[in-house]
Design a protein around this ligand. Structure first.
Ligand code: A3P
Length: 290
């Protein structure tokens, strides 16, 4: 069977078969993000809201699976059967662009988080360094030779841009809630209230402090084990602490040269609408480009 190219190319983290055959439900909630924009944080927030503050899970991926990620030793048909058997409401993480998302905004509800591309770029570099050697060999991603070499690849591959650009036209759709990482950092309680209101969930007053605590950076860092994505064989795929790293806004300054920063912004100017640049909080910097 030949699949429509809209479902994307197969890779160790992207199985177009799963996407093409997945049956979304109106009760589903999909988290979608450009990589490093706070995906794991949002997985935790949604799980905490739905479970009323459960801390007993061993891996966030077991309760909020990564939709399009193939599992070693499991066929896509079996993976879909596992998804079918999940109780409602099902929560999923994805990094899909809009056309790759089964049902688009018409069926499930979607929570999207974006983040300054400069911070996403630097965060992804640390992410690659955090892979265990075993995981690196399995997915065939070499350790970056230098930050500069990594940077060129990040820009050329352009995932951040493609993701944001594809979702932008739907930002005001009633089934979509678009949050910014920077706003979540500034005011987590208000962000959690917005998410709960969007999903029609009420937060039990007794559980609210626990939920907030368990969505904090410090709590997640302390329990990083739950977030390092267990491999299919139960092993960790990241070195201790990987994925929950620093959680700061503007951390890119430590690594990006002024020239690299300008190139990230110039590509944003070339690929995104002016309103998107304003919304993302980078319009002023883009306007200041030479
Ligand atoms: P840094 O590398 O800048 O620290 P993703 O889950 O999409 O891969 O994103 C990972 C980024 O989110 C990392 O950024 C990580 O530290 C940050 N993060 C994870 N949990 C967080 C939390 N509770 N609060 C703030 N940032 C968080």
């Amino acid at each position: 069977e030949t699949l429509d190219s809209r479902w994307g190319e197969a890779s160790p983290t992207h199985d177009p078969q799963i996407l093409a055959h997945f049956r979304p439900r109106s009760t589903d909630v999909l988290i979608t993000t450009p990589p490093k924009a706070g995906t794991t944080w949002m997985q935790q927030i949604l799980y905490q809201l739905h479970s009323g503050g459960d801390a007993g899970f061993s891996s966030i991926d077991a309760v909020v699976p990564w939709l399009e990620r193939p599992r070693v030793g499991i066929s896509w048909q079996d993976r879909l059967a596992q998804y079918e058997a999940m109780p409602d409401p099902r929560l999923f993480k994805t990094h899909c662009t809009y056309p790759q998302t089964p049902g688009g905004v018409e069926v499930a509800r979607i929570v999207l988080t974006s983040r300054d591309p400069r911070d996403c770029c630097v965060s992804f570099y640390h992410h690659l360094l955090d892979f265990t050697d075993e995981m690196r060999a399995r997915v065939g991603i070499p350790r970056p030779e230098s930050f500069d070499a990594y940077f060129e690849d990040w820009l050329a591959i352009g995932t951040w841009y493609r993701n944001v650009q594809s979702w932008w036209p739907y930002r005001n759709h009633p089934n979509l809630l678009w949050l910014r990482y920077e706003d979540m950092k500034r005011d987590l309680p208000a962000s959690i209230d917005r998410i709960a209101a969007f999903l029609g969930l009420s937060i039990d007053a007794d559980r609210r402090p626990i939920i907030l605590e368990q969505c904090s950076f410090d709590w997640m860092k302390k329990h990083a084990d739950k977030f390092t994505r267990q491999g299919d064989d139960g092993k960790h795929q990241f070195k201790p602490g990987g994925l929950i790293r620093q959680g700061r806004v503007g951390d890119y300054r430590a690594l990006l040269s002024p020239e690299q920063e300008q190139r990230i912004l110039a590509q944003a100017r070339a690929q995104l609408k002016p309103e998107a640049l304003i919304f993302l909080g980078i319009a002023d910097q883009v306007a200041g480009l030479r």
